[in-house]
Design a protein around this ligand. Structure first.
Ligand code: ARG
Length: 259
């Protein structure tokens, strides 16, 4: 009898756990609307960042986009700050329902997560001190170049290293890259141009130039493999592209038009 009871209990627990294993695993009940957890790396203005002097809230283009899409689908969004390099794993382990982090849909990532269509396209920029004399890729010869760990900028640095002798260093957060340039530990960093431009505006001793790179660019929303959210989000994203809502967000956060 006892054994049967234990067996029954185990079954009930297993079913309970399985029910949690859906794409809305991280959601919380209550408040009427279901909550989706958005994983991001809030070091990436204007995509996602914290205006520390104002509040500790994560704001930015990606947050607005997430809230707009999720809202249309009847969800609320809870934004969770993580390290960029851990975001794919966060999706795999169910810590996040989706990721909006200016993330590029690379072939490698596609093996582990699914992506929406691209919602914004940008390029690469080399950021250095103004007086560094680094004005083109060749000038990087013998220099230390910083990149965000796990980013496509890291991949791009490795690509450059095939033909130009550079030393690659990585950091978890973009502001750390800027700090290391300012302190002289790095000569340069490779940063997405939209994000780099923000720093160039505020840090008068920094300068940058863009360069043509082959391969993927642009940002998409990432989901756990086979999540039923992927298609739903993509549908809404399409509508927002068509009806001009996405452009409005681009103007609000990037102050310009989509490339
Ligand atoms: N687009 C680049 C990539 O996917 C960098 C994104 C970094 N995002 C961030 N929130 N720090 O690798």
């Amino acid at each position: 009898m006892k054994k049967v009871l234990i067996l029954l209990l185990t079954m009930v627990m297993a079913i309970g756990l399985a029910a949690c294993g859906t794409s809305e695993k991280a959601s919380k009940a209550g408040e009427g609307k279901k909550v989706l957890v958005m994983g991001t790396s809030a070091d990436y203005a204007p995509f996602e960042y914290i205006e520390t002097e104002k509040s500790d809230e994560i704001i930015g283009f990606d947050v607005d986009l997430a809230k707009a899409i999720a809202g249309k689908l009847g969800y609320k969004v809870e934004v969770k700050d993580m390290e960029f390099n851990g975001l794919v794993q966060a999706l795999k382990s169910g810590q996040a329902d989706f990721v909006l982090a200016g993330m590029t849909p690379t072939e490698k990532r596609k093996k582990n997560v699914d992506f929406s269509d691209i919602y914004y396209t940008a390029g690469f920029m080399i950021v250095s001190k103004k007086d560094s004399g680094i004005n083109k890729l060749e000038d990087l010869k013998g220099k230390t170049v910083g990149v965000q760990l796990g980013s496509i900028q890291e991949g791009q640095a490795k690509e450059i290293a095939k033909t130009i002798d550079i030393k690659i260093e990585d950091r978890n957060r973009i502001p750390d890259l800027i700090q290391e340039i300012k302190s002289g530990r790095f000569d340069s960093a490779i940063i997405e141009d939209t994000v780099a431009k923000g720093y160039l505006t505020n840090e008068k001793d920094l300068a940058g130039f863009t360069f043509e790179a082959k391969g993927v660019e642009g940002s998409a929303i990432a989901f756990p493999k086979n999540s039923d959210l992927t298609e739903k989000f993509n549908q809404e994203l399409k509508k927002m592209k068509e009806n001009g809502e996405l452009d409005k967000l681009v103007v609000k956060w990037f102050g310009g038009e989509q490339k």
